[in-house]
Design a protein around this ligand. Structure first.
Ligand SMILES: Cc1cc2nc3c(=O)[nH]c(=O)nc-3n(C[C@H](O)[C@H](O)[C@H](O)COP(=O)(O)OP(=O)(O)OC[C@H]3O[C@@H](n4cnc5c(N)ncnc54)[C@H](O)[C@@H]3O)c2cc1C
Length: 474
């Protein structure tokens, strides 16, 4: 039994199914939950991009606030620190005479480096550490293969996991957190301006108002499955583009751990018992297995996922033309389906999976750009940024991942025809083109200037000329 354990919260901002918290409560007389704002996560990357853009930063601050409230309702509290966790957590442990630091394990190098240094510092001071794997549906120890033999191809990975893997039951919320009586130093919750970020402007066009925190995440789970009863249609609707319910929208909460994948799994199983079991209910689990897959593949391949050649050792020709890149990023390519998606990202921090595949393929295949710039832009902008899902999916689309298919070219116009036949998505995000009827809105560049003039559009003035000529779509 420990006297005092610090629980260091990372991307596991919840009290349900939280292994470090649950174990600390079992093993320690006193438990001190801590969150540390690491300034490195708010620094600038290449191209002057913020590592954490304002949508995600806001979502994170909301999640930390909610965690603190949830811990208080369990008699606990949350101390806030600012600085390098590997130093600040150990300083705190020494100051308050904690015996150990418990935390959840991450996958990629920056996070592992922090863990490694924290362990070294702590051990030197005689402070114990315990790390817990908990971000995936299948626990790493329950995989039917050693991590270095993770199947490269998704289908094989999924089949082996489904057949031989095990999904653990979520851990319960602790009944009470034994938080010490004394007062500890803590910082005020930072503001966006502390990180040099501006308050994001709310867009009424956004698919959903995403609010960070476990309470909101569980609320969305309840709403999507039970109140709005959408799970039974998921497989048919999941490629949609507009509205809150074409897909679950769980990703922002999953990314920072406000929702545990195992709680989602349990709810799917309950839904199957109480409402309906069909292909859609299975498909949500199927997608969560994709999430696991990218996590385990990232663990297997380490830093290769951040390299141009990815895990395929395939060197492609690529360009790093900044002006082209910014046209893509700002949604000024003159290709409405691409621009609408990028506008959605820039104005809400979210984009559908269909949109992500298309804009990624366009950047890589039509503009011939370095895919890592796209991945970095997503890292900055996405409210649901998840290092493994993001870089893994980008590698996949860029053709340097482990896709058995060699060519992942998304024909923009064909995709537009399949998923936005009437042009409603374009009308939603590019109102200056709204007067163009039907599918023509996807290809204003094919209309004669006189017709465009009738709609109040002048290419190159009210909407850009296309940056590239697209491949024919029929
Ligand atoms: C280029 C590119 C970049 C991406 N970057 C991210 C990212 O940073 N963070 C992120 O969470 N997802 C990322 N995705 C995957 C996917 O687009 C999102 O998870 C999904 O759109 C989120 O919406 P949802 O929660 O409504 O998904 P749903 O369709 O409801 O799926 C349920 C859950 O399954 C998981 N999931 C679904 N599709 C995928 C996938 N292809 N890969 C991994 N997990 C998946 C997510 O956790 C998602 O919340 C990316 C995809 C592409 C093509």
């Amino acid at each position: 039994m420990f006297n005092r354990v610090i629980v260091w919260f990372r991307n596991d901002l919840r009290v349900h199914d939280n292994a470090p918290l649950f174990n600390a409560v079992q093993k320690a007389k006193e438990v001190i939950p801590v969150y540390c704002f690491d300034p490195r996560n708010f620094s600038k990357m290449e191209l002057g991009l913020e590592k954490t853009g304002n949508f995600r930063a806001k979502f994170l601050l909301e999640a930390v606030t909610d965690l603190s409230q949830n811990l208080r309702s369990l008699n606990g509290d949350l101390l806030l620190l600012k600085g390098k966790p590997e130093e600040r957590l150990v300083d705190l442990a020494l100051q308050i005479h904690a015996d150990a630091i418990f935390f959840s394990e991450e996958v990629t190098s920056e996070e592992k480096e922090v863990e490694f240094k924290l362990e070294q510092h702590a051990w030197k001071q005689g402070i114990k550490t315990s790390s817990y794997w908990q971000s995936t549906l299948f626990h790493i120890q329950d995989l039917p293969f050693p991590i270095m033999q993770t199947p490269e191809v998704f289908t094989q990975f999924r089949k082996e996991c489904e057949k031989f893997g095990k999904i653990q039951k979520p851990l319960p919320v602790p009944k009470r957190i034994p938080f010490p009586k004394e007062k500890f130093e803590t910082i005020e919750l930072p503001k966006l301006s502390t990180f040099g970020l501006k308050e994001p402007v709310k867009s009424t066009r956004s698919v959903l108002e995403f609010v960070g925190g476990e309470t909101e995440g569980l609320g969305r789970l309840q709403a999507y499955f039970w109140e709005r009863d959408q799970l039974k249609n998921y497989k048919e609707t999941r490629n949609g583009l507009l509205g809150p319910d074409y897909s679950s929208k769980f990703s922002p909460w999953l990314a920072i751990g406000c929702l545990s994948p195992r709680i989602i799994y349990e709810e799917v199983k309950r839904y199957e018992k109480e409402r309906e079991k069909n292909q859609s209910t299975y498909w949500l689990i199927f997608e969560l297995i994709w999430r696991d897959y990218f996590r385990f593949i990232s663990k297997k391949h380490g830093n290769k996922i951040f390299q141009l050649t990815g895990i395929k050792y395939k060197v492609e020709k690529y360009s790093r033309n900044e002006s082209l890149f910014w046209k893509w990023a700002k949604g000024e390519t003159g290709i409405p389906f691409i621009d609408a998606n990028m506008r959605e990202l820039n104005n809400s921090g979210f984009m559908s999976n269909r949109g992500r595949q298309n804009v990624a393929s366009f950047l890589v295949n039509d503009l011939g750009m370095d895919w890592r710039w796209g991945a970095m832009y997503f890292e900055s902008m996405l409210i649901d940024y998840d290092v493994c899902s993001n870089w893994g999916n980008w590698m996949y689309v860029a053709g340097v991942g482990n896709d058995p298919k060699d060519d992942r070219y998304f024909n923009t116009l064909r995709q537009a025809k399949n998923y936005d036949k009437k042009g409603e998505y374009i009308r939603h995000w590019i109102p200056e083109l709204a007067a163009i009827p039907g599918f023509d809105i996807h290809q204003p560049f094919e209309l004669p200037p006189s017709t465009l003039k009738g709609y109040g559009i002048s290419l190159g003035v009210t909407y850009p000329h296309p940056l590239v000529k697209l491949k024919a779509w029929i």
